[in-house]
Design a protein around this ligand. Sequence first.
Ligand code: FAD
Ligand code: DHB
Length: 390
Amino acid sequence: MRTQVCIIGGGPSGMLLGQLLHKAGIDTIVLERTTKEHVLSRIRAGVLERGFVDLMRQAGVGERMDREGLPHDGAIISFDQDEIRIDFDALTGAHVLVYGQTELTRDLYEARESEGLPIIYQTDEVTIHDADTDSAYVTYATPDGEKHRIDCDYIAGCDGFHGVSRKTVPSNVRREYEKTYPFGWLGILAHTPPVHDELIYATSERGFALCSMRSHTLSRYYVQVPLTDTPEEWSDDDFWSELRRRIPPQAADRLVTGPSIEKSIAPLRSFVSEPMRWGRLFLCGDAAHIVPPTGAKGLNTAASDIHYLYEALVAAIIEKDASGLDHYSEKALARIWKAERFSWWMTTLLHHFPDDGAFEQRMRRAEFEFLGENRHAQAALATNYVGLPF
Ligand code: FAD
Ligand code: DHB
């Protein structure tokens, strides 16, 4: 088989890139290790920056998102009993859209399927060959054990943190930067009305909690937990009572509880791999970088990569100008590092670190009070939260 761009990974990065390239008349094949059902069962991000929203529209898949997504003009940050409202609209003139990763990925799958574009599921042993030459190709096996080969002009490595693409970049070329955090987020999804019409990022001496949502009737909540905890150890009742103790009292009084329909723990990590290009291989999204979820930047950093790579591939393939590809890694990384900084800062401000003493606690409190008093500090938070320009 032959294609112009072989996309490894059918998560949001790979599917969005595939749809955009199709609109530009460029053909792609997507290889996905699992099944569509599996991809669509993963409950992950929920907050979209304007840049992501615009790309979905540009890809022709924004209709349901525009109809069902919830625009949010602000969010609450709380510290013990005290709350600050960050008014995104007044501070930046922009807002974010609450629309689940599961939903936008479903929209992308439906669009790709309705156009009859190829996705190969349950691929095994995906291997990238000769990416540093002009005759790159990808091989994989299907569940029946048969081996296949795709020759291509370019390879987009959109296969997440555990994929093969990043590891294909030789270790003497690759530089990795990593910070792991000594806690995770236990998240639940419940068919209950959200506790508030805006997100609440809460911290207290018991640790971090986040009140989010997917719709007016579907809530998403998280609490910081030790990495040694498992979802099975947490009954729904335990979760609700812990959440209630970490959020502001007025919110705790309003909280409507119910049975969870999903419960999982995600570890927190900051990670960047440089460069994001090796020959004809381009890394996008979680394949190249991870942020801790505080600040809602994971999926949104994938979107900026897709934007830069899409523009560069169109210039290279349609206009025969490959200079954009030469600048892809540098451009993408410049924005990634700022999102890394913001996510690390939000995480540090709002979590309880087991080794921290009273001094660090006071520093966090002082930072919160400064944020409450200082419009410039609020504007800095809001500017990063709604998303830096591409
Ligand atoms: P992925 O979504 O990881 O998609 C990669 C795809 O590649 C997968 O479908 C995978 O099956 C496939 N793949 C892997 N290896 C291969 C291979 N060898 N061959 C072919 N296909 C392969 N972000 C937030 O902003 N907020 C959140 O609350 C949040 N929660 C998260 C919870 C968890 C448990 C995780 C892991 C991430 C979370 N994120 C969150 C981050 C966000 O979901 C990611 O940034 C986003 O999914 C990145 O999209 P992606 O397409 O780059 O990677
Ligand atoms: C959600 C997740 C986040 O990490 C975040 O910062 C905001 C919202 C969510 O899943 O809704």
